[in-house]
Write a protein that binds this ligand. Structure first.
Ligand code: SF4
Ligand code: FES
Length: 139
């Protein structure tokens, strides 16, 4: 299965074609599987982030055919193009700067945090914020 991976080194963008080798004929790989195999075989210095591999940590988000997707839970298909999230500055390949968003979130969390009193119900928007996995797909 052929996919295109957008790389960005020192501001220079290139499209690398990668032919994913299915581990068995029925395998339906996720985008993260494709990236891991590409890095292990053809593009050893390919930069991307991942953590939990279970849609919990939110750091693996990339653009898939121009739409933000959590890479560990997005199925790869023939001809897909994988590129970095286009809403944040690119550091290298598929890795983007996330600290600007965290700074804005911090101000909001400080205002709505419940403090140390565990008997006090937190405000509703605090629960909404803690449900966010910070994948930044909604940016
Ligand atoms: S609110 Fe945005 S950043 Fe949070 S989980 Fe949903 S899409 Fe991801
Ligand atoms: S690796 Fe954690 S959400 Fe994808």
């Amino acid at each position: 299965m052929k996919v295109e991976i957008e790389t960005c080194r020192d501001g220079e963008i290139a499209i690398v074609e990668y032919d994913y080798a299915r581990r068995d004929p029925k395998e339906k790989p996720m985008i993260l599987d494709v990236l891991l195999q590409a890095q292990a075989s053809a593009i050893p210095d390919l930069a991307f982030r991942y953590g939990c591999r279970a849609r919990n940590c939110g750091v693996c988000t990339v653009d898939l055919n121009g739409q933000p997707r959590v890479a560990c839970r997005a199925r790869a298909r023939e001809g897909d193009r994988i590129s970095p999230l286009n809403t944040l500055p690119v550091l290298a390949d598929l890795v983007v700067r996330r600290d600007g968003v965290a700074r804005q979130m911090r101000n909001r969390l400080v205002r709505s945090a419940p403090g140390n009193d565990l008997n006090k119900e937190p405000p509703e928007d605090y629960n909404e914020l803690t449900a966010c996995i910070e994948c930044y797909a909604c940016l």
